[in-house]
Design a protein around this ligand. Structure first.
Ligand code: CP3
Length: 343
């Protein structure tokens, strides 16, 4: 198996910089669209044979150094008892948003092995199929990011309801964060037992907070998850979108790898994070609309700067966009493999 990604997560010397892309399985791939054309997204997530097939698509098409489980961060939210729908062109909708204590009381802490057994089954199929290929990354949303969907009832522009609860009723907010934290620990442990070889925690919306609010209301829960999961001995990647203002705090999370978005120069991020963590990132997903030469130039710049970190895993600064030309994604992976050689 190509274990360069796992060795890079541990900060070991590697022959070249490994690369995978957030949202690498998805709508920009015609092979995904053809499976998706007959079935809705949640059905795909809950059908292990199909979820496994979709997970493998970018491994074969792009030649990335890791696979990431095909699923969604909101799957455990549904397992906690909320009704979840994905509406075409709108995104996720949770029809009864959490606004009071009774609603949090009603949430259950799922038994991941039973209540999300389709994830366990997908991972088992994948480990068998990936035996001679690349490692498998499992994932979860972080508690704050999941809380925003639960409180807002879907996506949001300014997260007013979430911040109102955080500021006006911190006990209720913390009660919800506690339940999410327990759910995420059980969910990620279940993924590791099933065979996931690394974990990524997505904190897509934590960057909308002030550094102080992040430090008080978000970081302690992330730290708890990471310290519990450290017992599982698989590397943990913590990705925060819009991380620039809170890197100093993120550094305290205890993650092995910190994923950064593209709005900060990777050299600055490495300076702030220091020598203890491996860095992951951070090409602007829109750079994939440039010419191949321009993509190469940006790849070289990020690779060169990445050399100063304890280790570097190349990735985009956020998910690949559905409009991305597949051949440009292939060119990106080739460029990282070509210019990221260390020998
Ligand atoms: O990275 C991968 O290839 C693994 C699969 C994966 C998906 N979502 C598939 C997906 C992962 C890791 C996610 C994480 C996720 N989901 C995040 C965190 C990462 C990020 O992008 O910030 C968030 C915030 C979500 C919530 C979510 N799921 C939204 C807002 C949407 C709608 C917007 C969109 O991109 O369509 C989804 C749907 C979703 N998740 C799709 C896929 C392939 C599209 C479903 C479809 O219509 O086919």
């Amino acid at each position: 198996m190509n274990d360069i990604f796992l060795r890079a997560c541990h900060g070991e010397k590697v022959e070249y910089t490994p690369v995978w892309l957030m949202r690498q399985a998805g709508r920009y791939l015609p092979q995904y669209q053809s499976i998706r054309s007959n079935l809705d997204f949640l059905t795909l997530c809950k059908t292990p044979e199909l979820a496994a097939e979709i997970t493998l698509q970018p491994v074969d098409i792009l030649g990335v150094d890791a696979a990431i489980l095909f699923s969604d961060i909101l799957i455990p939210v549904e397992a906690m008892g909320m009704s979840l729908e994905f509406i075409e062109k709108e995104g996720p909708v949770l029809r009864e948003p959490i606004r009071n204590k009774a609603a949090v009381d009603r949430l259950i802490i799922p038994d991941a092995d039973d209540d999300m057994s389709f994830v366990v089954d997908t991972i088992k199929i994948l480990r068998e199929k990936l035996k001679n290929k690349v490692p498998l990354i499992g994932f979860s949303g972080a508690p704050f990011t999941l809380a925003t969907y639960m409180i807002e009832g879907g996506g949001s522009k300014n997260f007013i309801n979430t911040k109102k609860m955080m500021f006006q009723n911190s006990r209720l907010f913390n009660y919800l964060m506690d339940k999410l934290t327990l759910t995420i620990i059980s969910y990620l442990s279940s993924q590791v037992r099933a065979g996931a070889q690394a974990m990524q925690i997505f904190d897509t919306w934590a960057g909308v907070l002030t550094p102080m609010d992040y430090k008080i209301s978000v970081l302690p829960y992330v730290k708890k998850i990471i310290s519990e999961l450290n017992k599982e001995r698989v590397p943990i990647i913590y990705f925060v979108n819009d991380c620039a203002g809170i890197l100093k705090e993120i550094k305290k999370s205890g993650a092995d790898v910190i994923g950064i978005d593209w709005k900060i120069d990777i050299a600055d991020a490495i300076k702030q994070l220091g020598k203890k963590v491996v860095i992951q990132g951070n090409l602007d997903p829109c750079a994939l609309f440039l010419s191949n030469e321009e993509i190469e130039d940006r790849v070289k710049d990020i690779l060169w700067k990445g050399e100063s970190a304890k280790g570097h895993i190349f990735n985009l600064g956020h998910g690949i966009l559905p409009e991305t030309p597949v051949e440009n994604a292939i060119a990106l992976v080739e460029a990282v493999h070509k210019y990221g050689r260390k020998d």
